[in-house]
Design a protein around this ligand. Structure first.
Ligand code: HEM
Ligand code: HEM
Length: 181
């Protein structure tokens, strides 16, 4: 990834992708954690969870391409080094998690033989699953574990954003908001 440069604000594309994907990620976590989505063809929640999850995958690939070819604003120089490292590690982890989560979900439906449709537009083909049915429990646990890691990191990330805004009173949250720059 490119090193942060003197850019002052996130680009419109970065912001749009950030907030759209954040909204989708929280909906996906809510469906998994609070509404207990289950692999069941007739369940409309399962239809939403799989289709929106695959939308996250597609958007993340666009976002990764954008991120690798554009610079992002640096944190204020007064930010302690450990926080700079923590922020960078969290952002990289988000990119990894938001590709790994939909992929593991897709592997799960593939091994379980559940048909997945992209909003009724087209059928999503099953992925070849290494280990076949023997891997089902492992994939299910991986999907759950990745979801838990995302939940914890997202919680820390939001707290960090609020700390910058309300305690440090710097521009870090504002420059990610629509209309800044
Ligand atoms: C950003 C994307 C995604 C997130 C954050 C996410 C998150 C979750 C979470 C938190 C659960 C509940 C796990 C548990 O605590 O038991 C879950 C369940 C599930 N997810 Fe996802 N998911 C995503 C994408 C997908 C995709 C793309 C598919 C399939 C194409 C999928 C298929 C499933 C299935 C089948 C279950 C139910 C597992 C079971 O029967 O216990 N997910 N997901
Ligand atoms: C699960 C939901 C979220 C994910 C996955 C996520 C992911 C990310 C990522 C990957 C970045 C790095 C910049 C980029 O590559 O676009 C970022 C930056 C940022 N996010 Fe989030 N975000 C989420 C939710 C939120 C929320 C709810 C807030 C509100 C407090 C927020 C505030 C920020 C801020 C202020 C930055 C800029 C940080 C900086 O300049 O170093 N994010 N986010």
């Amino acid at each position: 990834m490119n090193e942060p440069s003197g850019t002052e604000h996130y680009s419109g594309v970065s912001k749009a992708l950030h907030w759209l994907i954040a909204l989708l990620a929280f909906s996906q976590l809510a469906m998994g954690k609070f509404f207990e989505v289950e692999a069941d063809e007739g369940d409309s929640l399962f239809g939403w969870h799989t289709a929106l999850g695959l939308l996250v995958l597609a958007l993340m690939l666009v976002r990764l391409g954008w991120r690798l070819t554009h610079t992002v604003p640096a944190l204020p120089r007064t930010t302690p080094a450990w926080q700079q490292v923590a922020a960078r590690a969290t952002h990289i982890a988000f990119y990894v998690l938001l590709v790994a989560l939909p992929l593991s979900g897709w592997l799960l439906t593939s091994v379980e033989g559940d048909p997945v449709s992209f909003f009724g537009w087209f059928a999503v083909p099953p992925l070849p699953v290494p280990g076949g049915e023997a891997s089902e429990d492992l994939i299910e646990e991986a999907h759950e574990l990745l979801g838990n890691v995302l939940l914890v990191l997202a919680g820390l990330h939001v707290l960090a954003g609020l700390k910058h805004h309300f305690l440090d009173r710097d521009d870090v949250l504002r420059r990610m908001l629509p209309g800044s720059g």
